[in-house]
Each structure stands twice: as structure tokens, then as C-alpha cells.
Design a protein around this ligand. Structure first.
Ligand SMILES: Nc1ncnc2c1ncn2[C@@H]1O[C@H](COP(=O)(O)OP(=O)(O)O)[C@@H](O)[C@H]1O
Ligand SMILES: Cc1ncc(Cc2csc(CCOP(=O)(O)OP(=O)(O)O)c2C)c(N)n1
Ligand SMILES: [Mg+2]
Length: 568
């Protein structure tokens, strides 16, 4: 083509970037390389904030954090084959969590793959992506790029949100197209997650069942946090005067210090409740599948979920309510305005009494000044900082480091806590902290067990490179679960799994220009974490705990199959 004709040409790279910007997707996480380096370069040049991480699994989890916090899909970019494979892990994790994320990977021409000719990083990526995603698309023509971006946004955000894959052959990125034609093809997706309002008869039926309850319970799941329906949920819970329980990433939908929070009497509340309203919480392993001794044998469930097949997933549901949470809880409140219902105050009072008893049992461990520290008093010290800074985001992972942090650190705002999630995944803490810091610009405290931190500790360099306001806290008990953990069959030698409880993780932060602190007492933990949050700069606080602190697998030891033969 002549220079003049060239002047009005554009290409796949530019059409992709314009399609993202047309839909206000203005961030991209990733690891660049052949054939997608220029996707990142042009994205940056056109105003997309590109964040380069040290591993594609971290890029995907940082993007997923953005999806959970904002409701818009996070976007991440990988190279072909090995980069694609690393990116599959967070794609599946986001799909398990129900968070919207879009993974874009460079890929090979179809004929080279289909003929098995052995292309550079050649792999049938589209087909490998399908089992690990909510939806997967491949775009072979430049004029289809605006459509594939639109389809990916809708697939990621509608219904139960999830991970979507876009397969980007290098050939397609290099295809040219008349710029005016391309401009005409761009479009902004209309309402990718439209309201889904249940029939009035369904609302009435559910509320009539609730009105029959002697001991109602509201269970708030991360679906409610994601759905941004905290106002509707607050009105609902407070109008019926029922106790509620919040799953870990629903903490903050109502402030954890709310008088109706039954967290400290969880066992008794679940055993006695006769009608349970599930608001975006699955009856999966985390809720014992809604069966067995943890629940009242006559319990009836009112289940609100946007995914119809989630109903009857593990047991019969008396009142299935399929719809989006924001619309549905608003309809509940509308019904209750003309058909008021209030639980018997004695039920909540009994729970509050049980809570006070249980809190008294544990509060000593959190405020003890004992050294070496345990998870309890190290976290009790951090709680003083988070109670004074409600707008701090928390990323959290580990076993004891996760379970004890969930129980001890109160959350006051929704979508401010990101943790191992439905699959209990290690190695998400740092990328979630990066995603939260990039998305919100607010201070983040990431709280890791020492083993969990090790999965992707190199992202400390990313945090420093972008000067993100993240205070990384390592609760170091010297091992996976703890430092005196013994492998089966050890003759007493320290387990090869034992790391070191007095290792100086904070040197890693110092190596990249951040501020490192080493804490051996709760007073030091509080001082250093507060300094990190106030600085708004990359900081790490390495906390030396006892090697005996913690239990194998934390609070879910019971899930371990027990060896019945041979020495323990
Ligand atoms: N906007 C929404 N409206 C209704 N349900 C939703 C919405 N977004 C997500 N969900 C549902 O919320 C549920 C979240 O459950 P889960 O991830 O198990 O939460 P938790 O782990 O906190 O119990 C999922 O079944 C998902 O389909
Ligand atoms: C991707 C992946 N690989 C392994 C595992 C299995 C596991 C669950 S918890 C954990 C680390 C526990 O040790 P940590 O020191 O972090 O915490 P603490 O209890 O306070 O000592 C592992 C390895 C999981 N869940 N995900
Ligand atoms: Mg540990």
C-alpha cells in the first residue's frame, strides 16, 4: 500500500487496545514477551496502566483482585504456552471464586498447531483453556477484535462472574485494517450484568418462610460483597433483628463489631438456627454442605443466588430465590416494609451471651505480651492498627496465619479483605495486595504465613518497582503450619519442611529499596505496621513467632485423612 493508504491503516494491536479503552478497562497486568510485547507497549502509550509482575500466576491474581473489588473484569496478558499455562491457574481460581477476569495470551497460527509442526511456544491453548475458564474465545480476524472483547466482558461479568480467556494469534495482532472502518467497529458493552429480579411470588414465599422462623440466621457470603449490596443487606438484617454470620470475604459488608454479628458464637448459632437465609454463600465444604451435626437437623434454607444450578447443589432448599442479590434483597426489604417480621429478641440475646463468654476465653491470648510471639498476640497487635484505619485493605494467606487473622482482624468496610478463597490457595496474598493497591491507591496490609509468602515472594520487587502502599507482614513460625512440624516417619530430626523462625524476610524488601523491620514483640509489631501504613510506601515487617505456634492445617485439620498403618 502507498504511504497515503498506510496513513489510514491500523492493526490488531491498536484495535485490541482501543476496544479495551472503549469499555473503560484501563489497567493491564502481565508478563510480556513474544508475541504480545507490543500489546503492552501500545496499551501503555494509549493510556492503559500496565503493571509488569514477576510471574503470570501473580498477574492473573492481581487482575482478579481488581475484578472482585470493582465488579469490572481485571485484565492480564501472557505469552504463549509456558506463560499461558502459568496464567491458567489464576483463571481457574477466579472462576472458583466467582470473580470477573479476562486473560489474553499470545498464540500460534492454527495451521501450525493443527499440523503439529512445532511452532515456537506452540500449544493448542484455546482447547486447554476451556476446562479452566467460564468461557474461552479465539480471534482470527482483526475485525472481530471489538466483538471478542465485548463477549469476554459479558461472559466474565454476567451471571456468576468468572474467568474468560481470549486467544490472540500473533497473525491476528499483525493484521491491518482501515482505521475508519476499525473505529466504526468499536463499541461499549451495554449493561454486561443486568438486574435479574425474582418473581414476586418467589419473594413472598421466601419471606413467608422467614416469618415462620423462631431462630433465623442470615449467612452473608462473598457474593454479597461482590454484588455491592451492603446497604440492602444492612437494612434487611437490622429490620428482622436476626443474628448474622459473614464468610471471610464478606467481612465488612456489615462492620464486624455489629451487635448482630454471631461470629463468636458461630457453632451454637448454626446448630440452633431453624431458618437460614443464604445471601451469596455456597453450601460447599466451607459450610459443611448444609448438612450434618453443624446444622439444626430441621433447618430450612432460603438461598439467594444468581446461578440457578447452585440451588440443590448439596441438599434440598426450601425457598430457592434465583436472582441478583442487590435486586433480591431490595425486594425482601420492600416486602418487609408492609409485612414486618422481627426475630424473638431472646434468640439474639442468647447468642450475645455466648459470644461474650467465648470472647473472654480468647481475648487473653491476643493481648498477651509473651515472647516468642504466637499468631494470636502478633495479630492482636496488628488489630490495633487496623481498628484505627478502617479503610486499609487486607490480603491474607497461610493456614494458622489465615484462620487466626480472619477471626482476630475486624473489617469495617466491604471488599476490603482478600484471602485464599473457595479453594484455599497459597500464593495469592502478594498479588491480591498489588491488585488492591493499584486499583484503589489505598494502603494495604498483606498478612502471610511464612510458607505462603514463599510462593511468590519475588513480587516484593514489583511492589517496590511501582512504589505501592503495601505493608507486607510475615508471621514466621518457621514452617508450613509451624516450625517443629515433623514429617511422617522422621526420627526426630528437624523436618526438611522446617524453614527458620528467625529468618530475616525483611531483608528481601530492603534489597529492593523498601523499608524492612524485624519484630519480636507485639509492641514492635504494632509500631512497625503502623509506620508502614502511615508511610504509604513498600514496607515489610518480619514477625518472629514460636516454632510451636499453630496447628497442622490450621482450623481444617479435620479434613486430613488419617494414616491408619505404619508409624505416625
Ligand atoms: N450479583 C450476584 N447476585 C447473586 N448471587 C451472586 C452474585 N454474584 C455472585 N453470586 C453468587 O454468590 C455465591 C458466592 O458464594 P461463595 O463464593 O461460596 O461465597 P463464600 O465463599 O463467601 O461463602 C456464588 O454462588 C455466586 O454464584
Ligand atoms: C498452592 C497451594 N499449595 C499448597 C497448599 C497447602 C497449604 C495450605 S496452608 C499452607 C502453608 C501453611 O504454612 P504458613 O507458614 O503459610 O502458615 P502457618 O500455618 O501460619 O504456619 C500450605 C502449603 C495450598 N493450600 N495451596
Ligand atoms: Mg508458618
Amino acid at each position: 500500500p502507498t504511504a497515503a493508504e498506510n496513513a489510514n491503516l491500523t492493526d490488531g494491536f491498536h484495535v485490541l487496545v482501543q476496544s479495551l479503552l472503549k469499555n473503560n478497562l484501563d489497567k493491564m497486568y502481565g508478563v510480556i514477551g513474544i508475541p504480545v510485547t507490543d500489546v503492552a507497549r501500545i496499551a501503555q502509550a494509549k493510556g492503559i496502566r500496565y503493571i509488569g509482575l514477576r510471574h503470570e500466576s501473580d498477574a492473573g491474581n492481581a487482575a482478579a483482585a481488581e475484578g472482585f473489588i470493582t465488579g469490572k473484569p481485571g485484565v492480564y496478558l501472557t505469552v504463549s504456552a509456558p506463560g499461558f499455562m502459568n496464567g491458567l491457574i489464576p483463571l481457574k481460581e477466579a472462576t472458583e471464586n466467582g470473580w470477573p477476569v479476562i486473560m489474553m495470551s499470545g498464540s500460534s497460527s492454527r495451521e501450525l498447531i493443527d499440523m503439529g509442526e512445532g511452532d515456537y511456544e506452540g500449544m493448542d491453548q484455546l482447547n486447554y483453556a476451556k476446562p479452566f475458564s467460564k468461557a474461552a474465545y479465539r480471534v482470527d480476524k482483526v475485525e472481530d477484535i471489538p466483538l471478542v472483547v465485548a463477549r469476554a466482558i459479558r461472559a466474565a461479568c454476567s451471571g456468576r462472574p468468572g474467568g474468560v480467556y481470549i486467544d490472540l494469534p500473533g497473525d491476528t495482532l499483525g493484521q491491518t485494517i482501515d482505521a475508519t472502518v476499525a473505529e466504526g467497529l468499536l463499541y461499549q458493552v451495554n449493561d454486561p450484568a443486568p438486574a435479574q429480579i425474582p418473581a414476586q411470588s418467589v419473594i413472598d414465599g421466601a419471606m413467608e418462610l422467614l416469618a415462620s422462623a423462631k431462630k433465623p440466621l442470615v449467612y452473608i457470603g462473598k457474593g454479597s460483597a461482590y454484588a455491592q449490596c451492603e446497604d440492602e443487606v444492612k437494612q434487611f438484617v437490622e429490620s428482622i433483628g436476626a443474628p448474622y454470620l459473614a464468610m471471610s470475604m464478606a467481612k465488612g459488608v456489615l462492620p464486624d463489631n455489629h451487635p448482630q454479628n454471631a461470629a463468636s458464637a458461630r457453632g451454637m448459632t448454626m446448630r440452633e438456627a431453624d431458618v437460614v437465609v443464604l445471601l451469596g454463600a455456597r453450601l460447599n465444604w466451607m459450610l459443611n454442605f448444609g448438612k450434618g451435626k453443624h446444622w439444626n437437623e430441621n433447618v430450612k434454607f432460603i438461598q439467594v443466588d444468581i446461578d440457578p444450578t447452585e440451588i440443590d447443589n448439596s441438599r434440598s432448599i426450601a425457598a430457592p430465590v434465583v436472582g441478583d442479590l442487590k435486586s433480591t434483597v431490595a425486594k425482601f426489604n420492600e416486602y418487609l416494609a408492609t409485612h414486618p417480621y422481627h426475630a424473638d429478641p431472646a434468640w439474639l440475646e442468647a447468642i450475645q451471651a455466648d459470644s461474650a463468654k467465648n470472647n473472654a476465653r480468647f481475648s487473653g491470648a491476643e493481648t498477651a505480651d509473651t515472647v516468642p510471639m504466637t499468631h494470636y498476640n502478633a495479630l492482636g497487635a496488628i488489630k490495633k492498627v487496623t481498628d484505627a484505619n478502617h479503610d486499609v485493605y487486607i490480603a491474607n494467606e497461610g493456614a494458622n496465619a489465615l484462620d487466626d487473622c480472619r477471626d482476630i482482624i475486624d473489617m469495617y468496610l466491604p471488599r476490603h479483605r482478600l484471602d485464599c478463597g473457595t479453594w484455599g490457595v497459597m500464593g495469592v496474598g502478594l498479588p491480591y495486595a498489588i491488585g488492591a493497591a493499584v486499583t484503589t491507591g489505598k494502603p494495604v496490609i498483606s498478612i502471610h504465613g511464612d510458607s505462603a509468602f514463599g510462593f511468590d515472594g519475588m513480587e516484593v520487587e514489583t511492589i517496590c518497582r511501582y512504589q505501592l502502599p503495601v505493608t507486607v507482614v510475615v508471621l514466621n513460625n518457621g514452617g508450613i503450619y509451624r516450625g517443629d512440624f515433623k514429617n511422617l516417619g522422621d526420627d526426630g530430626d528437624p523436618s526438611p519442611l522446617t524453614l527458620s523462625a528467625c529468618a530475616h524476610y525483611e531483608k528481601l524488601m530492603e534489597a529492593f529499596g523498601g523499608t524492612g523491620y524485624y519484630a519480636t514483640t507485639p509492641t514492635e509489631v504494632e509500631k512497625y505496621v503502623a509506620a508502614g501504613v502511615a508511610s504509604g510506601k513498600p514496607t515489610m515487617v518480619c514477625c518472629e513467632l514460636s516454632i510451636h505456634a499453630g496447628k497442622e492445617s490450621g482450623h481444617i485439620t479435620y479434613l486430613n485423612p488419617q494414616p491408619v498403618t505404619g508409624p505416625l
